[in-house]
Design a protein around this ligand. Structure first.
Ligand SMILES: *Cc1c(COP(=O)(O)O)cnc(C)c1O
Length: 395
């Protein structure tokens, strides 16, 4: 496996469980919450993590998934969680932040993360600073703020801005802080955040890694040393991924490379067709030359620019956007992403719903913004569908 390329890793990593003498009380999928051993000594060792004995300590299906995600992220280790938000919460807690410490997160990132970190920081007397991390002055602002912890999104949700992770990592490390990157949008297929200097790579595995909208999950990948505290905390706090979710996610992940290749090709095609429409005032896709971070995206994303895009419906407010959602025939108006089927969403009322109107305004998330997760349908069929819905809404 050493030196194998991503496509190979996606198919083979996490296929073989390390030797186990555990006898499950219930047969696999390893749904058994507890196992027993012939020798009490083995049980004793298992309780210290040497084998699978109790689902909250470690579990065979989640361990296989963790091995696979770590390999895809180019990480030593990975810890999975019951959802992406549980992963982001655990990561925050692991920083041991105290009153007066500072945390930085993206101005234009995922609204639920923003709301969660706002609450956690307020509870602890930690200062939260929302910065436009794709701006040229972001590294300098981090150096002058001297935060303890920086969370970036490698491609932001929903505006698809692309920060230069290399510069953010240099600035963050220069002040002795840690850099975590929510890399859900590009998935490890388009970007390995750790290779660009991040200390942690986070995934909502609910999205592209699973790929079929049939299981929630989250992961944090990084060095064994950094993750040991997260693993120990998860044992006590219990936000573990269930075995069937892990099994489904691992099955979905097997086809990550071929799916992402197609999602990205389709998204690029759809973005070009949308850009030509007079009904849309802006199309955000990092692969378009008109995208403000196109140059950085070309340096930091590989094998394409992902399956996400968004656009502004001309002159639209919320009612016109809702009419758009009711007018699509092929895409589904569902608030998620990463499925084989195309999903459309009104950003201000869904992914950015938990942000205040002022926060949305500062982030540039307007009422007219529609986000699209491009599926595997024929891309011209999808573009036709989006354009007819745009005509029904604002034509
Ligand atoms: C969906 C999402 C999350 C949250 O993940 P859940 O699995 O829904 O908890 C976090 N970050 C980004 C960028 C997301 O798109």
């Amino acid at each position: 496996m050493k030196g194998a390329k991503l496509k190979t890793v996606a198919v083979h990593a996490g296929a073989v469980l390390k030797d186990s003498t555990a006898v499950p009380v219930v047969a696999p999928v390893h749904v058994s919450a507890v196992s027993y051993f012939q020798s009490a000594e083995e049980l004793d060792g298992a309780l210290d993590g040497a084998d699978f004995v109790y689902g909250r300590i470690s579990q065979a299906n989640t361990r296989l998934l963790e091995d696979a995600i770590a390999a895809l992220e180019g990480a030593e280790d990975c810890v999975t969680y019951a959802s992406g938000m549980a992963a982001l919460k655990a990561l925050f807690d692991a920083q041991g932040l105290k009153a007066g410490d500072r945390v930085v997160l993206p101005l234009d990132g995922y609204g639920v993360t923003r709301a969660l970190y706002k609450r956690l920081c307020a509870e602890r007397g930690v200062e939260l600073h929302a910065l436009k991390l794709s701006a040229a002055d972001a590294p300098a602002r981090i150096e002058s703020l001297r935060p303890r912890f920086v969370l970036a999104e490698s491609v932001t949700n929903p505006l698809l801005s692309v920060p230069d992770l290399r510069a953010l990592a240099r600035a963050t490390h220069a002040v002795g802080a840690s850099l975590a990157v929510d890399a859900t949008f590009p998935s490890p297929y388009h970007q390995q955040a750790l290779a660009h200097g991040a200390d942690y790579a986070v995934q909502s595995t609910t999205k592209w890694l699973n790929g079929h909208s049939d299981a929630m999950g989250g992961s944090v990948s990084g060095s064994r040393e950094r993750l040991s505290g997260l693993r120990a905390a998860r044992l006590q706090e219990g936000a573990v991924l269930g075995p069937f979710e892990a099994w489904l996610t691992l099955r979905g992940l097997r086809t990550l490379a071929v799916r992402m290749q197609a999602h990205a090709e389709h998204a690029a095609h759809v973005a070009r067709r949308l850009e030509a429409s007079p009904l849309l005032t802006r199309v955000y896709y990092p692969g378009l030359a008109s995208h403000e971070d196109h140059r950085v995206a070309r340096e930091l994303l590989t094998a394409g620019f992902g399956g996400m895009l968004s656009f502004e419906l001309k002159g639209a407010g919320r009612p016109e956007c809702f009419r758009f959602l009711e007018s699509v025939k092929l895409a589904r108006p569902a608030p998620s992403l990463g499925d084989v089927c195309s999903l459309v969403m009104h950003a201000a009322s869904a992914s950015a719903r938990r942000m205040t109107p002022e926060e949305r305004e500062a982030a540039g998330i307007r009422e007219s913004l529609i986000r699209v997760s491009v599926g595997l349908e024929d891309p011209d069929d999808l573009a036709d569908d989006l354009l007819q819905a745009a005509a029904a809404a604002v034509g």
